[in-house]
Design a protein around this ligand. Structure first.
Ligand code: SER
Length: 556
């Protein structure tokens, strides 16, 4: 079964049983959910239905949801099944069927739809938790017994395994998971599902969403008893396509072979190459989908996560595989070829995706060249001197001066069996933040200058019209001047009737330029532009002549 067939089989199974298909929501959660940066589960966009704050279009829903999880970024490529971006299939009941119904559907689709041998399916259930004040989930055990699963294949697991929640406050509940026993080739006689082994592969999570957790560990019943199930499409593909890892399935193999073609290396021979090929496959899917949904690389929040994923991919591509620059775009095109049938936004956003990938690859490439050279020297020196690692100060310098990310320093140092202190680095970062805060107070337009500017604007009694989006150059009039209040700093405050200058704000630097008298007898350099809500005042440094109220000027 191809991945497309799995998706179709799942969705139509539930459509035939009265479920309405809801389209995949964006990877960026909608405005009403500040609890997570990305859409992390199929139920996530449906949260208001679970909480009862919005009415669902129907009580039975099904979806294939684009999902992005950050928790495992560091281990991608080192395991058989972890991914950042993946598709999650799910069926949802909002106060309609509950444990028995959900278990029955999952059993029927597993055995008849996907053809699993019933003897290979094992079940885990919630074993109870003191902090939550809940005992073992007897109702779930009973539901599986009714279906005919022998008691010895129903395993009770702790909260860490069998409890699912969105970040509190949010809906939550005990879960019951379906595992496939892949046989002794993958493990031991006494392995159990829910344990840390490769023999039992979790493929479907049934969550009995019946509580709202608010605050942590305090449960209140939801308006209805709901079902939220999640089945990772790629893991199921690995099982059904007889592959040991998700990276060999039909959504990934073409990406792995692209990496092989571009690098001239083969998959399956050594760990470092495999890991790099897998990282590129996973991360290129992630970045393509994230940009298509409107995330752009930056140093904060979602943009930072995207940048991190891009940089990890660039690093693996360049360093480990020795790929020629421009490879991200090639990977992304292959992702689009594979997935745009189901997700047309990938083709629609192709230009934007290419633009962001190319610029990040180029910029980070430069950073890497410089930083890596320096890091190699540091590693060599540490080894020579028998040190256990490189110093936090050096790591900080790499970050601060070369823009070389600390995550990468840590990873690369670890590859050489060396260390670097996280706490030491964090301490230096904190010091830098404190310095930056006090510098912001002291330099440029400090608090006093702001006050001066506000006073001038108040006296002037008019608002400067900002024209900076239309032009960088205007003929205008000096509406007000204050040469007293900023005297000590050598600056004069000037308020233009119209201004082409963008003001400082939100971490952005103001435009700079000149104000020249139309008569040609005065020139002042624009040192800063103070933002006062929608209004602004210039702080200028006179270079020639004097600027006076009512003068016609050229503001450039
Ligand atoms: N919300 C659950 C999960 O993500 C089931 O869909 O595993």
């Amino acid at each position: 079964m191809t991945s497309d067939e799995i998706r179709r089989t799942y969705i139509s199974f539930f459509e035939e049983r009265g479920h309405k298909r809801v389209p995949s929501a964006s990877l960026i959660p909608s405005g009403h959910d500040p609890s997570a940066l990305f859409t992390i589960a199929g139920m996530h966009p449906l949260k208001p239905y679970f909480l009862g704050t919005e009415r669902p279009p129907q009580l039975r829903l099904t979806s294939c949801q684009k999902t992005f999880r950050t928790a495992d970024i560091d281990i991608i490529g080192t395991t058989t099944g972890h991914l950042t971006f993946f598709e999650m299939l799910g069926n949802f009941s909002l106060g309609d069927y509950f444990k028995q119904g959900a278990a029955q559907y999952a059993w029927e689709l597993s055995t008849e739809g996907f053809g699993f041998n019933p003897d290979d399916i094992w079940i885990t259930v919630f074993g109870g938790d003191e902090e939550l004040g809940l005992g073992p989930d007897e109702e779930a055990i009973e539901a599986w017994l009714q279906i005919g699963v022998p008691r010895e294949r129903i395993v009770e697991c702790p909260r860490s395994e069998n409890w699912w929640e969105l970040p509190p406050p949010g809906p939550c509940g005990p879960c019951s998971e379906l595992y496939l026993d892949r046989g002794l080739r993958f493990g031991d006689e006494d392995d159990l599902p829910g344990g840390d082994n490769e023999r039992f592969l979790e493929y479907w999570n049934l969550v009995f969403m019946q509580f709202n957790q608010d605050p942590v560990n305090t449960l209140a019943p939801l308006p209805a008893k709901n079902i939220d199930t999640g089945l990772g499409l790629n893991r199921l593909a690995a099982i059904l396509q007889g592959k040991d890892t998700v990276f060999e399935t039909d959504q990934f193999a073409p990406l792995i072979s692209l990496g092989e073609d571009l690098s001239g290396r083969s998959y399956g021979l050594d760990f470092a190459t495999d890991r790099a090929l897998r990282v590129l496959a996973d991360h290129s899917r992630a970045m393509t989908f994230l940009i298509a949904d409107g995330v752009v690389p930056s140093n904060e929040d979602r943009g930072y996560v995207l940048r991190r994923v891009m940089r990890r991919a660039i690093l693996q591509g360049r360093q480990t595989l020795g790929l020629d620059p421009g490879f991200l775009g090639q990977f992304s095109d292959r992702v689009t070829e594979l997935m745009a049938g189901e997700y047309p936004e990938l083709a629609e956003q192709r230009d934007a995706i290419h633009m962001w990938l190319a610029s990040e690859e180029e910029n980070f490439g430069r950073t890497l060249d410089q930083g890596l050279k320096r890091l190699e020297e540091l590693i060599a020196r540490a080894k020579e001197q028998g040190e256990e690692g490189i110093s936090a100060e050096d790591a900080f310098l790499l970050h601060d001066t070369y823009g070389f990310p600390f995550d990468l320093t840590r990873e690369l140092v670890a590859e050489q069996d060396l260390g670097v202190s996280d706490e030491g680095f964090e301490l230096l970062m904190e010091g830098q933040r404190t310095r930056a805060r006090s510098a912001a107070r002291g330099a440029g337009v400090g608090a006093a200058a702001r006050e001066h500017a506000a006073a001038l604007a108040g006296e002037a009694g008019f608002q400067t019209e900002f024209l900076g989006y239309q032009t960088t150059d205007v003929e205008t009039t000096i509406g007000a001047v204050d040469s007293e209040r900023e005297h000590a700093s050598g600056r004069v405050l000037v308020k233009l009737v119209e201004s082409p200058f963008y003001a400082t704000g939100g971490g952005q630097v103001a435009d700079s330029g000149y104000v020249e008298c139309a008569s040609g007898d005065c020139v002042a350099r624009v040192d800063d532009v103070v933002r006062l809500g929608d209004d602004q005042v210039l702080a200028v440094i006179p270079e020639r002549g004097e600027i006076e109220v009512g003068e016609r000027v050229h503001a450039i």
